[in-house]
Design a protein. Structure first.
Length: 474
């Protein structure tokens, strides 16, 4: 790939973009593919569907926990090399999942998948951001991010078809041909790259460890708190450890000689606002794709395939909106659109709690898909526009880490709420009222962030956003 100023991609550049897009799509496709298969996996492993939220949460913890380190690795050792090795690890861990005979084995395999994905997605994004400039960069990012978003949204449909035809283990085995195709395209069409300045810096192992273990502690607290008792000693210790480790991360990052990023990144208010808005969007999507699909199968009695077909109501608008995010003309309107998109997503998710008609559900899913796809895509593109090309991998990794870890904790807490309201066991997964409460909470989170982000968007729309270099001088 080359960063010339032409508006059209060459044949080699299209193939390279295809490799980057496929690398991101594989990870995102498998991320939530198990959502449709949860009832079938639960029956096979003799567990309840709510127990299996750890299958999704483990992936997100592995994904988000290694992203801070993955950003350093991507920039230091090369985007192409990192992406290829990550896809290879993803294929191996997919085999572990396909061979799983109990929940522990499957959860470990999913955590390994997430770890591999934590290297593959930033590598794919950084390959694109570092290879192009101007309009080409924005269009390339839109293609890669739309592929990732489309993969995540299409996961329930593809998974439903595979589960219906071949059983739940097939959703992991399908990663092999896709992975081989991605590796071939990236190897032959992407030029090697590395950042000597980043390679000379000490790897951020301590900071990454604090983030990962802190998020794991809070996730365990969210999952087990109601069982232990929120005021019990284990719950208090778990909560204190989680908060303490995250505070330790902040302290470590104040040391400029060891920090993963400079003060111009952490001190940039637009970047912080964009990351928070993206986290709200990802949290909403994760909760909807997990619990509404559970509702379709456990409450409505739909088959895995038909539930996946219904979820196309979200997947198609989501993918198209994520792609459209790369064509927004200037940052000013884009910031306002982020707030509007989050509010739209909140309205759509709230609509899922009204009535049980399939037509109404598809309409609400479509509204949700437009809002989630546009808000997620815009926050990603605007984040890339805020940083230099050589920082692309590290900053995108940090932003994705915050989003994924936030969504992981929220998903675990949502499962706990569902079990508490639904009385636990298998009956919790078929309690319509409890599922509606969880979906309503997701809508409220996105609406609150839409209002908070609006405070940042209005000044940007009026006066423009200052360059990140200005934050360094302050």
């Amino acid at each position: 790939m080359a960063g010339d100023g032409d508006s059209e991609f060459t044949a080699r550049e299209r193939l390279a973009l295809g490799g980057a897009a496929l690398s991101a799509l594989i990870v995102e496709l498998d991320w939530l593919a198990v959502s449709v298969a949860l009832p079938q996996i639960a029956d096979d492993l003799r567990r309840t569907p709510t127990d299996l939220q750890w299958v999704i949460t483990a992936f997100m913890l592995g994904f988000g926990g290694l992203l801070p380190v993955a950003g350093w690795v991507t920039d230091a050792f090369g985007r192409r090399r990192t992406t290829i090795y990550a896809i290879e690890l993803f294929m191996v861990s997919s085999l572990v999942c396909a061979m799983a005979e109990d929940l522990v084995w499957l959860t470990v395999g999913r955590a390994l998948q997430g770890a591999a994905g934590g290297f593959a997605v930033p590598g794919a994004v950084a390959m694109t951001a570092g290879a192009f400039s101007g309009l080409k960069r924005d269009r390339g990012l839109a293609i890669v991010l739309a592929s990732a978003s489309g993969g995540a949204a299409l996961a329930p449909f593809v998974s439903g078809l595979l589960v219906q035809l071949f059983g739940w283990r097939s959703i992991f085995l399908v990663n092999f041909p896709l992975g081989l195709a991605a590796i071939a395209l990236v190897y032959w069409c992407v030029r090697p790259s590395n950042n000597p300045e980043t390679a000379a810096r000490r790897p951020p192992l301590r900071s990454g460890l604090c983030v990962t273990t802190g998020a794991v502690a809070l996730t365990v607290l969210a999952d087990r708190g109601s069982t232990w008792g929120w005021a019990s000693a284990p719950a208090i210790v778990c909560g204190l450890c989680g908060v303490g480790l995250l505070v330790a991360f902040v302290v470590l990052e104040r040391d400029a000689s060891r920090a993963m990023h400079g003060p111009e990144v952490y001190g940039d208010r637009p970047l912080r606002a964009l990351t928070g808005a993206g986290a709200a969007s990802m949290t909403g999507f994760t909760i909807v794709s997990t619990f509404f699909i559970l509702y379709l199968q456990e409450v409505q009695g739909y088959s895995a395939f038909f539930a996946g077909c219904v979820f196309l109501g979200l997947s198609v608008p989501n993918a198209l909106s994520a792609y459209a995010a790369g064509r927004v003309p200037s940052p000013g309107p884009a910031y306002l659109m982020v707030s509007a998109a989050l509010a739209t997503a909140a309205v759509g998710v709230a609509g899922l709690t009204v009535g049980s008609s399939t037509a109404l559900s598809v309409l609400a899913l479509a509204v949700s898909g437009v809002g989630i796809g546009l808000s997620g895509g815009l926050t990603n593109v605007l984040t890339q526009q805020r940083v230099r090309a050589e920082q692309a991998g590290a900053v995108s990794g940090l932003a994705l880490a915050v989003k994924a870890l936030t969504a992981a904790v929220a998903l675990s807490l949502a499962a706990t709420v569902l079990e508490t309201l639904g009385g636990g066991g298998r009956q919790a997964s078929s309690d319509q009222g409890a599922i509606e409460v969880v979906l309503g909470a997701a809508a409220a989170i996105m609406l609150c962030w839409a209002l908070l982000f609006l405070r940042r968007a209005i000044p940007v729309a009026r006066h423009g956003v200052p360059p990140i270099a200005a934050a360094r001088r302050r």
